[in-house]
Ligand binder design. Structure first.
Ligand code: ZN
Length: 367
């Protein structure tokens, strides 16, 4: 019979020591305090080399962001991607998937990490889910902005005789379907022809205004994340990780630009406004890098002040992005009349959503 070798005394002692270190309340606090105050110094820290790399990063990120955000615009110049074609809906689903993934995979978990950091006081930060709470309130607030601006626009649309006499608010997908059903001869009105035209004009006008509100809200939500990742690149002097980080941020901004560009496209702005929105998105991460460089003496990623500020901002932009992606972009399209007519188109669009969301999720590994 073979006897199991007895656990040696030293193994037991080591395990006991490890256990007590990790569970003794004061054991890690000294290490934590140092970690929270300063960026750890190591052989990779080289300020001059990092400075040059950051200058390159500013230009590289600017250019890749511009390429990303302009790609959907250029796609729309092909007749296959005109807004009334079904290919456009597939492209938009891809863009919506990117936005959804940004909210769920990039912004929300970062906020959870930051607000549960050991650098923050136990009370109140570890006693309550601030991330969940702020994200929830922000989602409700986005709904509020959405519904109130829509009703204000509807009223001003009613006052404008050219816009439409009977503007039926297409606020929910169901109403939208009902509206379209009446367009196709299920309405009970006698003056169908005349009212049809007015209604069609009115709902088109309203839909366009809603798309514009969505585009602006989205831009704000995305910009928040872009500036934060730029800031953390600008503040680091670690030359070992900086090169990988620059490459990751370039891809990140290009992909996210494609998502945002798809949503700006449906707002059908004139080219000046379109260019302004694209430019604003493209400069924001380079601006974050520059800001991080300027503040790198005082800005510490792990200091309680920056953890709380950035953590709360991230939580609110997560709520905004998740609400907008699910309700304004995905549900509005998939429950809309065009998709409802064809299950085949829905399947293609779902594949596009998963592709966009999956791609962005993979990118979260780096930034
Ligand atoms: Zn990200």
């Amino acid at each position: 019979m073979i006897k199991a070798p007895p656990l040696s005394f030293s193994t037991i002692t080591t395990l006991f020591l490890l256990f007590s270190i990790s569970h003794f309340p004061g054991a890690l606090s000294q290490f934590d305090k140092d970690y929270c105050k300063t960026e750890s110094e190591n052989i990779c820290t080289d300020e001059n080399k990092a400075f040059n790399l950051k200058l390159i990063a500013i230009f590289a990120i600017l250019i890749t962001s511009l390429i990303g955000v302009c790609l959907p615009f250029s796609a729309s110049s092909f007749s296959a991607f005109k807004p009334e074609k079904s290919h456009f809906l597939i492209l938009k689903s891809f863009a919506s998937g990117i936005i959804l993934s940004t909210g769920f995979i990039h912004v929300l978990p970062t906020s959870f990490d930051m607000l549960s950091s050991p650098c923050l006081n136990d009370n109140p930060w570890h006693k309550f889910s601030f991330t969940g709470f702020v994200a929830m309130i922000s989602a409700v607030f986005t709904l509020m902005v959405d519904s109130i601006t829509t009703s204000v626009f509807t009223r001003s649309g009613r006052r404008d005789p050219r816009a439409a006499a009977n503007v039926a608010p297409a606020e929910t997908p169901d109403q939208e379907i009902g509206l379209h059903a009446s367009h196709h001869g299920y309405g009970h009105d006698l003056n169908v022809d005349h009212e049809d035209n007015d209604k069609e004009l009115g709902s088109f006008y309203l839909q366009l205004l809603r798309y514009r509100v969505i585009a602006i809200v989205l831009e704000l939500g995305i910009v928040m994340h872009s500036i934060v990742i730029g800031l953390s690149l600008g503040a680091t002097n670690n030359t070992c990780t900086i090169k990988g980080l620059i490459a990751a941020l370039c891809f990140h901004q290009m992909f996210e630009g494609m998502g945002l560009g798809g949503c700006i496209l449906q707002a059908e702005y004139g080219w000046i406004k379109k260019a302004m929105m694209a430019f604003f998105f493209a400069v924001v991460t380079p601006f974050g890098v520059a800001l991080g460089m300027a503040l790198s003496k005082s800005y510490k990623e792990n200091s309680p002040a920056s953890l709380i500020t950035v953590g709360l901002l991230n939580a609110s932009s997560a709520g905004l992005l998740i609400y907008t992606a699910l309700v304004d972009l995905l549900a509005a399209d998939f429950m809309g009349p065009k998709m409802q007519k064809s299950i085949k188109l829905q399947m293609k669009s779902y594949a596009a959503v998963l592709l966009g969301a999956g791609g962005m999720a993979v990118m979260a590994k780096w930034a």
